[in-house]
Design a protein around this ligand. Sequence first.
Ligand code: FAD
Ligand code: NAI
Length: 463
Amino acid sequence: MSESFDLIVIGAGPGGYVCAIRAAQLGMKVACVEKRATLGGTCLNVGCIPSKALLHSSEHYEETKHKLADHGVIVEGVKIDLARMQARKGEVVSSNTKGIEFLFKKNKVTWLKGAASIPAPGQVTVEGTTYAAKHIVIATGSESIPLPGVEVDETQIVTSTGGLELTKVPGHLVVIGGGYIGLELGSVWRRLGAEVTVVEFLDRLVPGMDSEVGKQFERVLGKQGIKTKLKTKVTGATKAADGVTLTLEPAAGGAAESLKADVVLVAIGRRAFTGGLGLAEIGVALDERGRVVTDAHYATNIPGIYAIGDAIVGPMLAHKAEEEGVAMAEILAGQHGHVNYNAIPGVVYTWPEVASIGETEEQLKTRGAEYKVGKFPFTANARARAMGDIDGFVKILADKTSDRVLGAHIMGPDAGTLIAEIAIAMEFGASAEDVARTCHAHPSLNEAVKEAALAVDGRALHI
Ligand code: FAD
Ligand code: NAI
């Protein structure tokens, strides 16, 4: 047996690297195994960060080309340098991944380079060397779900990874799946000039979010030129040199039609990734979707082995994985690490952004809750008008009796930042009136949140 550690974390994504750093802060001797050439996992390398870099760059282009004239700023000869845009994205990614390397050094976390397996409880093997570990945390993340009949080659038929690397703007991009990835990457390539069609199996976009948001989102994206085909499934794809022909059918069955695309993005969800760890051999239980089964303290059925992040149940979001990383390290240190799963925001970083936290109206109806709704549109917010960004609204759901905030759903400018106010309110168990009675700066977008909170009791001032 080679060196021994208090904790070996497998995977250096937002769950794993944060867990490793926090555990080291708490005095443990920690190693983190990562098989990629760089740290940061899916999120920093091929997920959150590169997608946000391209979303920002493409939004600058769109603004310059189509919005600035409205503000009296005339720019002529606007062009795209896609190679530069992609190179910048690479620079953003590498500054972030190098940042994690710096943090590992600072906190004395050992990076074991290579793919890990767990030959036995208390042992981790990397590149032929076996290390001893008092605790092992599986933070191996997730991978794209494949669609039978639509085989990914990362050139003509891509996952998000290929969709972030295109070197030419496609003439027609067909996105399969109207969720987070489909709408963010669909927006990027639409802004850069592609015709974009989103094919979604269910009857609305981002189906996990409040249905009112989903419907308005579809309308706003439609105005921007994104076409949607709801209640439709893709049953096959034929590739040729000049593009891909997809076969579509109504989700409920019916006559097939064909749709031609230059590039097809498959974005129908992600699934836990635990391949190569040897979990079956040592008896770690997985659920029917391949996720590692844990208790409320992230312990698996095998003593000393834990799991967090995309590899376990819950929303596949970087900040959820990070919170679990911190809680995990604190639990291992004998503290009371805890994650409040009722207050995890979800944000689609399109423009306008869409942000959601807590329960949706549909969920409240399903559980028979008595609730109140307060809504406020950005058309009535002075700052949104000054910006020229009036699409969308804030919707707050509160308990009918206690007035406690149960959820909030925002579509609008900077919705992803605005939702943080509600996250704090929910964390503190605040009522809608608490939010409504808080002084909000004027003129700010946050005033729309305050007004929606006022509207919960029919007291909105500006509508
Ligand atoms: P991961 O980040 O997937 O990290 C797991 C790591 O484990 C990987 O680096 C992998 O190489 C490594 N690994 C796996 N097996 C082994 C092994 N046997 N040995 C060694 N290493 C191993 N979430 C957000 O909150 N906001 C966003 O804006 C956002 N944008 C996204 C955009 C895209 C295109 C995608 C695909 C995802 C996005 N996500 C976003 C989701 C986010 O990336 C994930 O929720 C997050 O990365 C999960 O973190 P994790 O630590 O659980 O796993
Ligand atoms: P998703 O779950 O967000 O969306 C998948 C969509 O595809 C759903 O609307 C689903 O109904 C639809 N679908 C499923 N099967 C289909 C089929 N056969 N044909 C047509 N539509 C089908 O998954 P996505 O977009 O792949 O992203 C994966 C995960 O990554 C997200 O759920 C999210 O957790 C994370 N992510 C988060 C981001 C963020 O926080 N901004 C950005 C990108 C990804």
